[in-house]
Design a binder for this molecule. Sequence first.
Ligand code: ADE
Length: 421
Amino acid sequence: MKIDCSIKDLSLAKSGKSRIEWALNRMPVLEKIRQRFKREKPLQDINIGGCLHITTETAVLAITLKEAGARPLLCASNPLSTQDDTAAALVAEYGIEVFAINGEDNETYYSHIDAVLANEPVITMDDGADLVSTIHKRAKADKGIKLPWGSTEETTTGVIRLKALESEGRLLYPVIAVNDALTKHLFDNRYGTGQSTLDGVIRATNKLIAGNNVVIAGYGWCGKGAASRARGLGGNVIITEVDHLKALEAVMDGFRVMTMKEAAKIGDIFITLTGDISVIASEHFPLMKDKAIICNSGHFDVEIDIRGLENLASSKKQVKPLVDEYIVEGKRIYLLGEGRLVNLACAEGHPAEVMDLSFANQALSCEYLKNHYTELKNKVYQVPEAIDFAIAKMKMDCMGIKIDTLTEQQRKYISSWEEGT
Ligand code: ADE
């Protein structure tokens, strides 16, 4: 079969393949799933469209789905996160169709989404809801359009958007919120985003974190991870929040909490992880110190008001790859990765060990959708608890770590209303 793709330079395939093998060797849960999928072929002959970051870890997921008998088709969920060598290797070495080029413009980005949807995938996998939202837009114009059986959603921002669609009664097919699985967000969002965000800042700038004021906007799971890693590197971490409960948690975790207006005056490095717009806004830039570094690790490039920054700046120039220097009132402000996900634009995203859990949820959710879509309503569903816990157990088994089991006496005690002894 001729492999359809957007990749122009397949010479990168060799380096891509050896990097994919590195990830393959660090994703043992997916390996177990792949071995079963290879035997049972649970996804035989179905097209699965994935709008995901095209990384070596996503490659391992696509290879796993292919072993299950599916035809995976991939496009990017962010214009800057595609690893071109990974894309080339997927096409040339693994026969998987990929439509994604690092640095693609908006028009190309959406043409790649169209290329995946042209193959009428019956299951879609999103990271930010772009496939679902494109399908919903089309369905508005064409009531006869063929809808997928269901979709999965990888990220917090996507799940929030989909729940809004569901609550307005406009969701047209079932979605599984992979993000909300415990084996996803407790590890991927916290340790994956935490580590890879700091990795992105360091790769782009080689800036010492120790002794610097690191302002983290948002204390959700991703913010918690980034705050803890920044502290681990010796940063003086400041949290900004809009939610009193999360802010209180940050205070009790030992961080300084203040408004962005206050933090803007003292921060050396600013990282947004909120999911909302203009968290660093026009009013904040003039308050910043000379040489402040700003970046975003939330899904969309809306958290820093870049247009506001452009309007305020007397000049802008690129000083390093993915580092733009803006002069605002005579002071230098450095924006990393054009305000897009710093962990994927400036580094390689989450490590394979953590994506092993996230993508085990994706693979098993695809299988679940295939087996249950006729019973599901047009709702956002949680990953079934049995799948979530099975993944935790598989990971522990793969790590060779054993835990205790309840004795019969303990099980009875914990599940009954007996007086304590
Ligand atoms: N999201 C964050 N890190 C990722 C990775 N390594 N691969 C795919 N999606 C990701």
